[in-house]
Design a protein around this ligand. Structure first.
Ligand code: ADP
Ligand code: ADP
Length: 244
């Protein structure tokens, strides 16, 4: 069963230019893109910078207007790029490239992981604290560290904190947008291992976005190769990389 379905999705951006800001032209960032993500699958989008990968992530999370049809975890994503409801915002979580930018430096990491629970008004303060301790253990961090601040952690640890925060709402789909690209190769491997474990344990599906073929080959079940806003090739890992 698909957890996400995209049918003939198109996204354009209006660019305002000229000396007085009065000229406008459209960039067609994503054109005629269709694919399904099956439940429990890691589906990857790969392609060079600017080919439209992040734009697809924004369309799925309802953050940019799109044409075509997008359904995720039973929610039909609104076309206007503005009115995504709480169900969609709960069921789809994102993990970005730069964990330092994603974590408010003035908040304790435990508070940061609890934030989505607070926003969605889930649990009492002590229930949330217990859940956060579980999440810390689950992503390979010690629950004793929840009262520390982001700068006290390494890059790989900070990305684990972002993953814990993404897990807090028990999402059905996690979109990992260049989530390991800023990490050292050895740290990358361990974060990829964690993502694979979480998939096995919780049946999470991933949309995994990367410009890095080696990383995509490591983690994907299926892969779509993008070029200039379009999917130019799609298949299983064996079909794309030619090995079993
Ligand atoms: P990728 O994630 O593959 O690097 P993006 O989805 O970020 O690609 O970008 C696709 C195209 O859309 C590029 O031409 C980029 O310059 C353009 N683009 C992305 N975001 C915006 C934006 N907010 N405003 C205008 N153009 C944008
Ligand atoms: P069981 O049916 O074995 O009780 P649950 O779905 O209740 O499994 O989950 C067991 C534990 O795993 C709970 O602590 C729950 O919070 C956690 N958990 C379940 N699904 C997810 C998920 N998608 N992301 C993060 N934690 C999860």
């Amino acid at each position: 069963d698909p957890i996400a379905q995209l049918q003939d999705v198109q996204v354009s951006y209006d660019i305002h230019g000229g000396l007085l800001g009065r000229t406008t032209h459209r960039v067609h960032a994503v054109e005629h893109v269709s694919f399904d993500i099956l439940a429990g699958e890691t589906f990857s989008l790969v392609g060079e910078s600017g080919c439209g990968k992040s734009t697809i992530a924004r369309a799925i999370t309802g953050l940019v207007p799109h044409e075509g049809q997008i359904t995720v975890a039973g929610h039909s994503v609104p076309h206007d790029g503005l009115s995504a409801g709480p169900g969609l915002r709960r069921d789809v979580q994102m993990v970005f490239q730069d964990p330092a930018a994603a974590l408010n430096p003035r908040k304790k990491v435990g508070e940061l992981v609890a934030e989505p629970l607070v926003i969605h008004r889930i649990g009492t303060a002590s229930e949330r604290r217990a859940h956060v301790r579980d999440l810390f253990n689950r992503v390979g961090l010690s629950a004793d560290q929840i009262d520390r601040y982001p700068h006290e952690f390494s890059g790989g640890q900070r990305q684990r904190i972002c993953i814990a925060r993404a897990l807090a709402l028990q999402p059905k789909l996690i979109i990992a947008d260049e989530s390991v690209s800023a990490l050292d190769v050895s740290v990358q491997a361990r974060v990829l291992e964690l993502l694979a474990e979480l998939k096995a344990e919780f049946g999470i599906s991933y949309l995994f976005i990367s410009h890095d073929m080696a990383v995509v080959e490591n983690i994907s079940d299926r892969i779509a190769v993008m070029y200039l806003g379009q999917i130019v090739e799609m298949g299983t890992r064996a079909q794309i990389f030619g090995n079993p």
